[in-house]
Ligand binder design. Sequence first.
Ligand code: FES
Ligand code: FES
Length: 157
Amino acid sequence: MSTHQITMFVNGEPEILTVQGHRTLLQVLREQLAITGTKDGCSAGECGACTVLMDGEPVNSCMVLAVECDGHEITTVEGLADDGQLSALQAAFVEHNAVQCGFCTPGMLISAHALLQRNPSPSEQEIREALVGNLCRCTGYLRIIKAIQTAAKKGEA
Ligand code: FES
Ligand code: FES
């Protein structure tokens, strides 16, 4: 089985890792780095629970091999908070009760954060389109959309 030494930057910290060629970014984040905010909902690119940013773009980390991340910047949900303080987006999710079981929430937050970074004033349709790859079985999406609109009004992601 092939192994590779890689360096990736996770939430701003360099991580030098030895990874097996078949291991996904999701597996390495959760099992090697113990960064467990990113969830494994389906392992098949269907649910979006594993969404992280790779060089600022949302990706399903279950569909990215860890070796592909050599030299790249990865941001997980843990990277959205600032020194333990929730971001405006995270606080808006709490304010609007946009979390029930919470399993989809890290991926939702990452996709919404990426949207607000590229489009600070999205329409409801644009929010819905940005979340098209993120499935929630609990909230019905309306509270999530309201939370993102609230964060957008505050001008913060
Ligand atoms: S766990 Fe990656 S898309 Fe579902
Ligand atoms: S809050 Fe349960 S899946 Fe979204």
